[in-house]
Design a protein. Sequence first.
Length: 234
Amino acid sequence: MSDLLGGRQVQRHAPIREQVADILRDAIVDMRLEPGQVLIERELCEMTQASRPSVREALRQLEAEGLVESMNGKGTVVAIASPELAEHVYEVRAELEGLAAELFARSADDALVAEFRQAVEEVRGAAADGNPDAARDVLQAKNRAYEVLFRGASNPILTQMVNTLQRRVTQLRALTLAQPGRPAQSVLEIEAIRDAIERRDPQAAREAATHHVQQAARTVLSALGHTSSVAGAA
């Protein structure tokens, strides 16, 4: 089972609880620990070489983030995103990412635009035909692209709000990209954001970013057996 965590173990030079939380969080976001999976403390201790108290503290932290759930003293499981929660997340995400793209197109300097262009190229490369790990690689590349986008928006309050939402978004994005055909379509949508930014068209950038989120919402909510009512996603 240690392979599920990518062979990572805690290092003694940093707080153990934070390291355990980071390891488990990454495994959940990358879907190596799947929604609904029971997390057994003994196995987590063996995998991370951390003490049981450290593992328990890490699980409490992840529970506060909504990534795991305590089953009334019967153990802890990886949280399963409900359709209602996913829809709420995507409603907020559409507004935040649309605003970020608009601000980026309006004020980012040429160096940031070039950095975003390169990040989008990495997304396309990750989605190349024949890549057996396309969903995972696209997720990682998109996370880098979004880091540039939000940094270039130059709005610290927006960044703070995004950071609060990011772990929920990343977990849902992993589910979205696992759907057949979604990685390739996602590339086209993020390239539309890039094109609007390079034209320095803030309104088009906002619309492209919002459309991208709406399409992601439709995909993930369909996977969860729910019809999206996020504006424009139907």
